[in-house]
Design a protein. Structure first.
Length: 239
């Protein structure tokens, strides 16, 4: 069953746009719980790089991360995307502990510069990213701010819209750290539509129920460079 699940996860992750230097399976050795896709920056093969671990929302990778991965690769960063729900289910861990497990595995990769790893999470993945222990920098996109805290003392950026019932400005502001509020954005504004698909209902990141999610490409133009610049700066400071 685990091998079937792993194959399905890898196929889903591989649907994204081609990267500058291509993508490969991660980890390179067998692991009973972890499987993901590592997107490499445009750099000499022997050169190590800082890395960003991408944690998708509840339903798994849905190409929402693609523009962020492309921008991070272009900035010289290695990016690993995993299906966090699948890791958690296979390893019988919470989402936060599953994220910590993948982070630990990524730290072992000899291509990653020691101490220079950051987290980028969407929805429930963002919620897990905020709660992972350690001083790694983390970005959480619409994580469901209510009910979170206290959080680890670490650099963090929370990005959310002001039209999102799960991320009210006052709840996100209470968490401290850097924060960007996008006027008019609701939940998962950066989820790409499938064909002529309009708004959909996605699981809430903070508990039972669902939220409307309407793709809005104009907001991608705001969030992608914002997230890339912030992560690049924080990883540079970690040198």
């Amino acid at each position: 069953m685990k091998h079937i699940l792993a194959a399905a996860v890898l196929a889903a992750l591989s649907m994204g746009a081609p990267r500058a230097e291509g993508s490969e399976r991660f980890p390179p050795h067998d692991h009973p719980a972890i499987i993901g896709v590592l997107s490499l920056p445009h750099a000499p093969a022997e050169e190590r790089a800082a890395a960003v671990l991408v944690l998708p929302d509840t339903l798994g990778p849905d190409r929402r991360a693609d523009p962020y991965v492309d921008a991070l690769n272009a900035a010289g960063l290695m990016v690993l995307e995993v299906d966090l729900e699948a890791v958690a289910e296979t390893a019988q861990l919470s989402l936060t502990d599953a994220a910590a497990l993948v982070l630990q595995e990524l730290e072992r990769d000899p291509r990653v510069v020691e101490g220079r790893i950051a987290l980028l999470g969407f929805g429930a993945g963002g919620r897990a990213a905020l709660q992972v222990s350690g001083d790694v920098a983390r970005v959480a996109l619409y994580p469901g701010c209510a009910g979170l805290g206290p959080l680890p003392e670490a650099p963090r950026l929370i990005v959310h819209g002001d039209a999102d019932a799960a991320n009210r400005p006052e709840d996100c502001q209470r968490l401290g750290g850097a924060r960007t509020e996008i006027p008019g954005a609701g939940y998962a504004w950066d989820r790409p539509p499938h064909g002529a698909e309009g708004p959909v209902l996605l699981p809430r990141p903070d508990g039972p129920g669902r939220l409307p999610a309407t793709p809005h490409p104009d907001f991608w133009d705001l969030s992608v460079p914002l997230v890339t610049t912030w992560l690049t700066r924080e990883l540079r400071h970690a040198e």
